[in-house]
Structure formats: structure tokens, C-alpha cells
Write a protein that binds this ligand. Structure first.
Ligand code: GLU
Length: 377
């Protein structure tokens, strides 16, 4: 993909970070919010836009009058409370800024679980589609109230990636407080802004370093990880300054602003994109080394004969991880049989399924078409 191809992206997700909406003291930067709304309103004239916005916590802290002790993060309950207090203020700020351009906004609050369940994922997709048809701008944040540590997306970079999968966006533009990805800490002399990152290597991850400033949740590394998933799904990611006027407009005309992560040429489509990025397995199917090879090297389906065991509970059609005992999952797919039935047919030949279960719906435990190989496979 060339930068000029970005001119043809007709649906995009724009992610605005806390550092772009607030100043050093965590106060709302109304002027920057209004400028961004004006620019996004202009982009919307020729394309569909979904906005993912952070800063509920910052707005909540300002509202409640809670100051942060330097270097000491808030605990999760405080963050959740502040997000709940700040979310209406955040929406009101965007609502006012967009109303000046005749754009109506809608609030969409999501959690990781919403996007991991195929049913809820499809519901969300339908809502997004209808909002876009109605000409209303969806403004998304994580539903922090119910998103405790273990189940939350955690950072809005990842959330923006999941939303892009959900709406089928061709581009995620992440507006942040730096110009893009640098080859080293941008504070160091001689740091160079990367124009394009065609592959996310260990070297690139190293450049991304640790978490960003005190105010931001994810820093560079969560952006890189989100970009990696998007690339694998055939979507582009761009990192650019949320403070440089017209940066987004310039990006969309192919000008060299920020850092572009172009999509992989071999892209995953539709359901597979959802599987790789959003779904967490409800359980794990343990397989032997032979089955692993058949899946990863020969592109085969998972048959009962290769199954060694089952962990967790899942029903037919639920996402499941596939792993060799005690190792990280190497694939994820939709279960052809529920967990109890997979236990019963583990190790059997396909011809023995019917006798073991009293019925046979499928030959495969997980069909190839419902399966993706995970990172690094
Ligand atoms: N959901 C959090 C908030 O609105 C932000 C998470 C993030 O910045 O990545 O404050």
C-alpha cells in the first residue's frame, strides 16, 4: 500500500488520546477539542468516521477534584469511579464541539467481552452501521464501570483496533501527543521519525519502549500491538500528532505525516479477522504435536483424533484456543462441538464420532475455515 491509497479509505476509526484532549495539568483543552471536531467534521463529508476517545478518567478527576500524586497510579476502583464521573462530561465536550458543525454524536460504551462474543459483536456492528446510515457520529470509549482488570481491553489503542474490526474500517488514525514512532526515545538527540513500518519486528517493539507519559494509559507499545493486529487484518494504522493542525487531512491525501503501518498484503477477512483480534477463547482444546503440524503446516482442520484434552466450558460456535499442553495457544477457532462432547470424542477417529455421541454434526472439532493461526505462526 502507498500513502496515496489512503485517499480511497472510505471508513476510518479515529482514536484521540487523553494527552490530546487535556493539558499537562490534566485540564480539558477545549481549543484542541474544537479544532479536532472541525477537522473531523470536514473529513466526514466524504468518509465515514467512528471516533474512539479517551479522557473520561481525566474529566472525572477534574470534576471530582481529585489530584494525582506524582508517580502513583490510581487503583482500579478509583479509575472506574472517575471514568463514570467523567464520561458524561467527555461526551458533552465532544457533543458541543461537533454541534458547532451540525454533527450529532452518539455514545457507544464497549468492553472486551462485548467484542469477544460473536452475538454481541454482531449487535454492536449493526448499531454502528445504523448510526453511520443516520449520519450520527459514534463516539466510543471502554465501559470502564464494568471492565475490571482481568476482562478489560485496558487501553483505547486496542479498543480502537477492535472497533475497526467491528465496523470493517480500512484505517485507524491514532492521534497522540507525539508525531509518530521514532527510532529511539524522541527526547534523545538525533531521534528520527519513521515514515513507514512495513513489519513489526522485535526491533520496532524495542523502539516503542515502555508506557508513555503519566497521563496516557498505553504509550507506544499498545499502539504497535494494535497496529500489528490491524495489519494482519488488512487495515492500515497511522500514528500522528493530535496537535498538528490538519494532520489527519494531510494523511488522507497521502502526504508524509506521522508513521504509517500499511496492511499486510495477505489479509485475513471477515470472521477470521474477528477471531484473531477480538475473541478470547472460552476454553482450550489441547492437541498433540502431530495435530499442531497438520494445522500450522498443512492448513488442515482439527479432527477428534488429534485432541488430547479440553479445558474450560464452551458451546458449539464459541471461540476456543488451540494449544499443545502447557504452551501458549497457537490457533483459535470456533468450536464445532461443545466442551463435553469434545471430551467424549477426544482421540477417536471421525468414523467413531456417531457411536460415541449418538449423533454426528461434523467431522471436524474445529473447521479450517473457522480457524486462524495466532501471532508468530
Ligand atoms: N477509557 C479510559 C478513559 O477514557 C482511557 C483508556 C486509554 O486512554 O487508553 O479515560
Amino acid at each position: 500500500m502507498h500513502r496515496r491509497d489512503l485517499a480511497r479509505v472510505d471508513r476510518l476509526v479515529v482514536k484521540v488520546g487523553t494527552g490530546t484532549l487535556t493539558d499537562e495539568q490534566g485540564r480539558f483543552d477545549r481549543l484542541n477539542c474544537e479544532r479536532l471536531a472541525a477537522e473531523l467534521a470536514a473529513v466526514r463529508r466524504s468518509r465515514e468516521v467512528v471516533l474512539v476517545t479517551s479522557a473520561a478518567i481525566a474529566f472525572g478527576a477534574a470534576k471530582v477534584g481529585l489530584a494525582r500524586t506524582a508517580g502513583k497510579p490510581w487503583d482500579i476502583a478509583t479509575k472506574q469511579a472517575l471514568a463514570a464521573a467523567g464520561q458524561p462530561e467527555l461526551m458533552a465536550a465532544w457533543g458541543r464541539a461537533f454541534a458547532a458543525h451540525g454533527v450529532q454524536v452518539a455514545q457507544v460504551l464497549l468492553t472486551a467481552e462485548d467484542l469477544a462474543s460473536r452475538k454481541r459483536f454482531l449487535n454492536a456492528r449493526r448499531t454502528f452501521a445504523r448510526l453511520l446510515e443516520l449520519g450520527v457520529l459514534p463516539v466510543v470509549n471502554e465501559n470502564d464501570t464494568v471492565a475490571v482488570e482481568e476482562i478489560k481491553v485496558g487501553d483505547n489503542d486496542s479498543l480502537a483496533g477492535l472497533v475497526a474490526t467491528c465496523v470493517g474500517a480500512g484505517l485507524v488514525a491514532m492521534l497522540t501527543d507525539v508525531e509518530g514512532l521514532y527510532d529511539r526515545n524522541p527526547a534523545e538527540p538525533g531521534a528520527r521519525l519513521l515514515d513507514e513500518v512495513p513489519r513489526i519486528t522485535a526491533e520496532v517493539e524495542r523502539m516503542a519502549g515502555g508506557a508513555g507519559s503519566e497521563r496516557s494509559t498505553g504509550g507506544m507499545i499498545t499502539k504497535i500491538r494494535a497496529a500489528r493486529k490491524l495489519m494482519a487484518q488488512g487495515a492500515a494504522t497511522a500514528l500522528l500528532s493530535g496537535r498538528r493542525p490538519q494532520a489527519l487531512a494531510a494523511l488522507l491525501t497521502g502526504e508524509p505525516v506521522g508513521t504509517l503501518f500499511p496492511p499486510d498484503e495477505e489479509r485475513l477477512k471477515g470472521r477470521k479477522g474477528w477471531l484473531a483480534s477480538a475473541a478470547k477463547g472460552k476454553g482450550t482444546i489441547l492437541v498433540d504435536a502431530g495435530a499442531r503440524r497438520a494445522l500450522t503446516e498443512q492448513g488442515r482442520s482439527l479432527l477428534p483424533s488429534g485432541v488430547k484434552g479440553v479445558q474450560g466450558h464452551f458451546g458449539v460456535g464459541d471461540p476456543v484456543d488451540i494449544a499443545v499442553e502447557a504452551r501458549r495457544p497457537f490457533a483459535r477457532g470456533l468450536a464445532g462441538y461443545g466442551a463435553d462432547d469434545v471430551r467424549r470424542i477426544a482421540g477417536l477417529k471421525t468414523s467413531e464420532i456417531e457411536r460415541a455421541l449418538g449423533y454426528k454434526d461434523l467431522d471436524e472439532v474445529v473447521h479450517r475455515n473457522d480457524m486462524v493461526l495466532l501471532d508468530g505462526e
